[in-house]
Design a protein around this ligand. Structure first.
Ligand code: GCU
Length: 652
């Protein structure tokens, strides 16, 4: 164990009854269970006969448990954890632990994950930096070498295993010079150290790869996916990796996106590109994850016919059914880029014959850089529970991921990770809740944001009920609070270019990235209707299209994503658009002031370091929230000339 924060694995089970266990297995996963007993139980002892134990692990044949599920049964004060694999036993162990740690009654339960792939993508570079990382340097790399801090990696692996994560890619999807070489012999022994640690916690390791590797490190003159030499190159690479790391997961690929190389260079399609990797990996059971974040990032702001929101659908819908069985498309939750409020991408429900996973972002790129409190579970739940209304009956994203994938084991959820070398992993203590919530939600889609936050609080701290409720209220309102003081009603961005922290309302307005708000003296918003707009709304199923097209039904919180509206437009809430902007921006800052006051009351109950950590960061959140409030309000007062009807001070 390193000296780092133990997060939600923070308590030792002192219950005298549950300290003896029987475990016949000898695999690395079983060894992990033994190690966890030593750390998490006060007096654990392994016994060599079943009937001397109060916790019994059992491998069984039981199809309903699948490969990863477990069953926990209780009879005569003996808990039996059964699973078809040692991985299931490990998940059962953590379940038992969390029940005991929360003093919950031990109850019979069958638990099977709702999503097959439950993945983390790290955007770590070998120089130690992390693209969009806000919690210190990479835990894997430093100075263009491997950091070799295996204790940290082990501690990290156990955190994820305890909430059921089963796949991790360790390097940035933008694959630079040194990282392009990760697939080569010279780096495989080091990758293997990491993969072996992850593997002993049931986690498969993936690498992000550079599409142009054949040219860059293979000595070839082309990286054309239909070229024989290129295919031979990737076949040899795959063979070599699997010789070193037999349970290697596969590749994550960002191609033809934001300057990364891809099949377009050779006049080929994304299907050609992805299937090339698929062929190389297939003999070893390997897997390609191909990202759909493809759009024109050299757009001319003068040309209003292009709509970035359309891009993923336009690029991929025509390729449905053309990918090999071991390819999975990875699709960001929303059509733009992890804004605080976006509609759910229409590819969900649109794709019918292609393995796919939904991509979330745990790292808080647009949501406050882990300096602001932003509990993400509600965002993820909203996406998973989104009814696409395809076929005019209920068709929720969480089900379609599996049902519309050719092989349901190749579907699921991925999220961009948020940890770094900061002692508490996430920089902001409260933002550990997003790690926990992500894992729990991937496993059990029906859990509520509140249930997960309660569990996290109970496992992480020793708070009175009153105090726990205070923190819970902060977490559960945090997303709306952030939404209130930043860009209004689904319009997104207005952030400082590149940094993506703090306000800069026109920062991207005349730039090439396709993220415009089109504010003028009369109004604001993007007309994405299929009536007289960009047609984006037409990518949805009929009912959704009609709902978004029509102002009478389009939800307020997305209204500027779909419509360009005058400041005097009256929302469903009864307020005018301009008054909504003023009110929410004043309210957002007031809420942060309430958080500060609430937090101060918790000084007695919170561990000192955590108390100080959050207290300090709340000051920063307050400073930046005020900046947002004043810049946004001033900007719209100047544009519209309409005064705040409540007469509050706006810098004119
Ligand atoms: C965002 C982010 C980039 C990242 C990209 C991606 O645009 O700002 O840093 O590379 O997403 O998802 O690939």
């Amino acid at each position: 164990m390193s000296t780092r924060d133990t997060c939600w694995l923070n308590k030792k089970i002192a219950n005298k009854h549950y300290q003896t266990y029987y475990l016949a297995e000898k695999s690395p996963l079983a060894t992990t269970i033994r190690a966890e007993f030593a750390v998490l139980f006060a007096n654990a002892s392994e016994v060599d006969e079943k009937d001397k134990a109060t916790i019994v692990f059992e491998r069984v044949l039981n199809a309903k448990l699948g490969v990863e599920g477990f069953e926990m049964t209780v009879s005569e004060n003996v808990v039996t954890l059964s699973a078809t694999s040692d991985k299931g036993l490990l998940y059962g162990f953590y379940h038992l632990y969390t029940q005991l740690a929360q003093d919950k009654a031990i109850q019979t339960i069958v638990s099977v994950p709702d999503q097959a792939i439950r993945m983390i993508n790290h955007w770590d570079n070998m120089d130690g930096s992390i693209e969009r990382g806000y919690a210190g340097e990479s835990i894997y790399f430093k100075d263009n070498k491997f950091r070799r801090d295996f204790e940290t990696i082990r501690d990290y692996a156990r955190l994820w295993a305890s909430v059921g994560i089963n796949a991790i890619s360790i390097n940035n999807v933008n694959v630079h010079k040194y990282e392009t070489r990760l697939i080569l012999e010279e780096n495989l022994p080091e990758v293997k150290y990491i993969a072996d640690i992850f593997s002993s916690y049931g986690i498969k390791t993936y690498l992000s790869v550079n599409f142009a590797s054949p040219k860059i490190v293979g000595g070839l003159t082309t990286s054309d996916p239909l070229d024989e030499g290129v295919n031979d190159f990737w076949a040899a690479i795959a063979k070599n990796i699997y010789r070193a790391i037999p349970d290697f997961g596969g590749f994550v690929v960002k191609a033809d996106s934001e300057g990364e190389p891809g099949p377009f260079t050779y006049g080929r399609g994304h299907d050609d590109g992805a299937n090339m990797f698929a062929r190389a990996l297939a003999p070893f059971g390997g897997h390609v994850i191909w990202r759909c974040f493809v759009y024109d990032c050299a757009q001319d702001w003068r040309d209003r016919s292009i709509d970035r929101a359309r891009a993923a659908y336009d690029h991929f819908i025509g390729l449905d059914g053309k990918f090999d069985d071991n390819v999975t498309l990875q699709i960001k939750l929303g059509p733009i880029d992890f804004q605080t409020r976006e509609p759910v991408t229409p590819l969900f429900g649109g794709l019918k014959k292609t393995n796919h996973i939904i991509e979330f972002q745990i790292t808080q790129e647009y949501t406050g850089h882990q300096k602001h409190i932003y509990y993400l579970a509600p965002v993820w739940k909203e996406a998973l529970d989104f009814d696409t209304k395809v076929n005019e009956k209920e068709n929720l994203v969480k089900n379609l991921l599996k049902e519309n994938s050719v092989i349901s084991e190749r579907s699921g959820i991925a999220a961009v990770g948020s940890v770094g070398m900061d002692k508490n992993w996430t920089h902001h203590k409260l933002m550990q809740s997003n790690l926990f919530a992500y894992g729990r939600l991937c496993w059990s889609n029906q859990l509520t944001s509140k249930e997960i936050a309660e569990e996290w609080l109970a496992l992480s701290f020793d708070l009175s009920q009153e105090a726990a409720e205070k923190v819970l209220a902060i977490l559960l309102t945090s997303r709306e609070t952030y939404e209130f003081y930043t860009a209004p009603l689904g319009i997104g961005f207005m952030v400082k270019p590149h940094l993506h922290y703090g306000p800069d309302i026109d920062g991207y307005e005349y730039d090439r990235w396709g993220t415009y708000h089109f504010a003028d003296r009369n109004g604001i918003g993007v007309n994405r209707t299929s009536i007289d707009g960009t047609g984006y709304a037409g990518q949805y199923a009929k009912q959704r299209e009609a709902e978004y097209n029509d102002l009478a039904t389009c939800p307020d919180n997305l209204v500027l994503f779909f419509h360009h509206l005058p400041y005097t437009h009256v929302l469903h809430s009864g307020k005018t658009l301009i008054q909504h902007i003023y009110d929410t921006h004043f309210e957002g800052v007031a809420r942060v002031e309430n958080y500060i006051a609430t937090w101060d009351v918790l000084s007695e109950e919170m561990p000192a370091a955590d108390f100080e950590n959050v207290k300090t960061l709340l000051q920063e959140q307050h400073r930046v929230a005020k900046d947002w409030r004043d810049q946004v309000n001033t900007y719209f007062l100047r544009k519209s000339g309409i005064a705040d009807e409540k007469g509050r001070h706006i810098y004119a």
